[in-house]
Structure formats: C-alpha cells, structure tokens
Design a protein around this ligand. Structure first.
Ligand SMILES: NC(=O)c1ccc[n+]([C@@H]2O[C@H](COP(=O)([O-])OP(=O)(O)OC[C@H]3O[C@@H](n4cnc5c(N)ncnc54)[C@H](OP(=O)(O)O)[C@@H]3O)[C@@H](O)[C@H]2O)c1
Length: 373
C-alpha cells in the first residue's frame, strides 16, 4: 500500500481497473437467471475465466428487484422487456419455450447473438444445434442470430457417443434414460423433496398405491410419484405413444452428429435423483468395435471421463457425478451378439454440461469471435 493510501482507496482503484477492463468486453444477458439452469449458470460464470463486461440478470417481472450474486458481486434482477435487451452482445436464454420463442428473435434483432436453452429453435434449419466437443464449427453459421443448446438428455450422452462415432461410424442408438427431477426445473426438485419427506421413516412401498396415497397432491410436474418409484415418462404425449423427450433425443442426436438417417429409439424414465441424468446406451456402428479401443477413445476424448472397473466397484453414478462438468462413462461392453455394437452407461450433470455449461461454452466461443482482432 502506498504512503497515505487506505484499503478503501485500493479497493476503489481495483474496482476502477476492473470496470475499465470490462468496458471493452461483450455485455452478457442471462435471461432466466432465477431458474434451475440460470442458478447453475451464475455459478459457472463465477468459476470460469471472465470474458464478460456487464452481466445483466433478467427474469420475469415476479423476480425484478431480487439480488443474485455473480462473479462475487450482488446484481439486481431486471424484468424481461425491450429495455433489458438494449446494448446486449450475447444473450443466454434459460426460460420456457414460449418465452424464448417470443423474446429470442427480439434480442437477435437488437444485435445480440442468442444462445437458447429451450426447445423453441433446436430443429430450425437456420439455427445451429451445438455441442462444442462435437460440432463447434456449426456455431459460426447462425442466419437467425440464434444458436440452440440441446436438450439435457441428449447432451448428457452425446459427447461420449460423438467421440465413438468419429472412430467407428455410428449407425444406430437404442437408449434408456434415468432422468433426474431437476430436468423438470425447480418445480421438479421441490416435488421430489416434498415426496421424500412424505415417505421418510415409513414402511411405504409394499402395497399397491400406498406411495401414491402418501404423496397425495404433491405430484409436482410428474404423472406419478417419483419418490420410491421410477416413472417411464418425460415430456408430453406425441404421435404413436412416443414422449416429446424421446423424440427430442432422436431428432437432436441426428442433427448434432450430422446423421439425418440415424436409427434412434429412446425410452425416457424419471428416477428419484435430484440432479444428473444417466443413460444406458446400446450403440451400433458401421465397423467392428473392441472394448480396448473404445476405452482408449473415451479416455482421450475432451469432456469425457472413463470410469470403468466393475471388479473394483467403479462405474459412474449420479450421486458421484453431480456437480461435475464431464460426461462420465462406464460399463463399456461389446455386445455378445453383435461385434459392431457397444453397450455403455453414461452419467452427466443435466444442469451443468446438460444445460448451463454447454451454454457458457458456446457463449464464450461467440465472445471470442466478437472480440477477435
Ligand atoms: N432443467 C434442465 O435440466 C434443463 C436442461 C436443458 C434445458 N432446459 C431448458 O432451459 C429452460 C429453463 O429451464 P429451468 O429448468 O431452469 O426452468 P425453471 O427452473 O422453471 O426456470 C425458469 C426461468 O424462466 C423465467 N421465466 C419464466 N417465465 C418468464 C417470463 N414470462 N418472462 C421472463 N422470464 C420468465 C423464470 O423467472 P422467474 O423466477 O422470475 O419466474 C426462471 O428464471 C427451459 O426451456 C428448459 O426446457 C432445462
């Protein structure tokens, strides 16, 4: 400290230096900052290299005036509206589909590059659907000024599947998901916690309907109790009995991998896990596979951690993977009946890589583009 200077002077000088450095950097809006994904996004923005100037926090009018912390600074939430989007260079949208459908094009028209986490634009041919480890190049071509972030179930497996595809050539995917309740937002988490309280310390789970009666009205966004249960349903009903979530896995895997004819069957199941989706994946390839080569590929793939030693009890579980960034892969086996097929088990935090982290990675690549000399 210089002679005569106080700690307060130093703090003010440091703040002024930070403000001046930030003024040259892109302005970021986080739309949906108060939600399940938004909350994790604020954590991630506080942990990663800081490439942003102003970070503006936006949510519904219900949350206007609330204070949230990002990069260690308290920031007031503003209500979504034209004014909240003025002067924004990159806007992350983590809001329901209808809100994104309405406001993302407005943000883009005002000059922002939008990275959208909803399903509103994922299948639009003029909107790239991006997973940086798999198809980073796609984010540079965005005719509508919007880049879409895939659905959390697809994202939780696609980094590992994409790495195997690059070597073996994927021809078919048959997957079953074990999806965490936070995939249904804060309402899903609140419902599971309330249901767990209702069944804790009881002998429930031995008679038909006993869990359902104990849970009563606390079903939340799920069609059946999720505590002490598994629910073979996620999303809304689509044609021929498929759920919207199952069709998203199919359509989005095809688009991200650039394989429009890929054969995909998914069964999406909700399980009593707070956060981290798991998938059992049966992947068939053009070429014969070996577990040894698959292990090598997965061990070297960016964003993937191989955890595959069942003899030592080592395989990924949601309770161990939650809060981490990578896609965890274990239980890698070659099909006993098909030398071109692998079976594997994958876990990925649906709020981090499954949503907020992927959004942050895409947004950072756009920021680098905007600030490139
Ligand atoms: N959860 C996941 O694993 C996951 C993964 C990938 C993608 N996504 C997608 O990400 C989006 C957000 O999901 P979430 O799970 O974070 O949902 P959530 O917990 O329900 O949060 C929704 C967010 O949207 C805001 N919002 C709602 N109505 C609004 C309005 N009229 N104007 C402005 N803001 C509004 C909410 O603000 P208030 O708090 O003010 O209401 C809140 O910040 C959804 O499209 C979802 O499908 C979720």
């Amino acid at each position: 400290m210089g002679v005569g200077r106080t700690t307060a002077d130093d703090a003010r000088a440091a703040e002024a230096r930070r403000a001046s450095a930030r003024s040259a950097r892109p302005t970021l809006a986080v739309v949906g900052a108060t939600g399940a994904v938004g909350t994790v996004l604020l954590e991630i923005l506080s942990q990663r290299a800081d490439v942003w100037g102003e970070i503006r926090l936006v949510a519904s009018a219900r949350s206007a005036g609330r204070k949230l912390t990002v990069r260690g600074e308290e920031t007031e939430v503003v209500a979504l509206g034209e004014e909240a989007l003025e002067g924004v260079d990159v806007a992350m949208f983590d809001v329901p589909d209808d809100i994104s459908a309405r406001w993302a094009p407005i943000a883009a028209a005002k000059g922002a590059v939008v990275v959208d986490n909803s399903a509103a634009f994922r299948m639009d041919p003029d909107v790239p659907l991006v997973v940086p480890e798999v198809n980073a190049h796609a984010a540079r071509v965005r005719p509508r000024g919007i880049v879409a972030n895939p659905n959390c179930t697809t994202l939780s497996m696609i980094v590992a599947v994409g790495a195997l595809h690059a070597e073996f050539g994927l021809s078919e995917l048959v997957v079953a998901s074990y999806q965490a309740v936070s995939g249904a937002g804060k309402a899903g988490v609140d419902a599971l916690r309330a249901q767990l309280t209702a069944v804790a310390g009881t002998e429930l789970g031995t008679q038909p309907g006993d869990v359902r009666r104990a849970v009563g009205d606390a079903m939340g966004p799920f069609p059946a109790p999720v505590a002490l249960n598994v629910v073979p349903w996620a999303g809304s009903l689509m044609a021929d009995g498929w759920s919207s979530e199952e069709l998203k896995v199919r359509a989005e895997a095809r688009k991200i991998l650039g394989l429009p004819d890929l054969r995909v069957s998914a069964t999406c199941v909700r399980v009593p896990v707070i956060t981290t989706h798991s998938l059992s994946v049966h992947a068939r390839f053009e070429n014969e596979v070996t577990v040894e080569r698959a292990h090598e590929i997965l061990a070297n793939a960016p964003g993937v951690v191989l955890c595959d030693s069942p003899a030592d009890g080592e395989f990924p579980t949601p309770a161990d993977a939650v809060g981490t960034d990578p896609t965890w892969v274990g239980r890698v086996r070659r099909s006993l009946d098909d030398p071109r097929a692998l079976d594997l088990f994958v876990c990925g935090d649906n709020l981090r890589k499954g949503a907020a982290l992927n959004t942050a990675q895409i947004a950072e690549s756009v920021a680098a583009e905007l600030t490139a000399p």
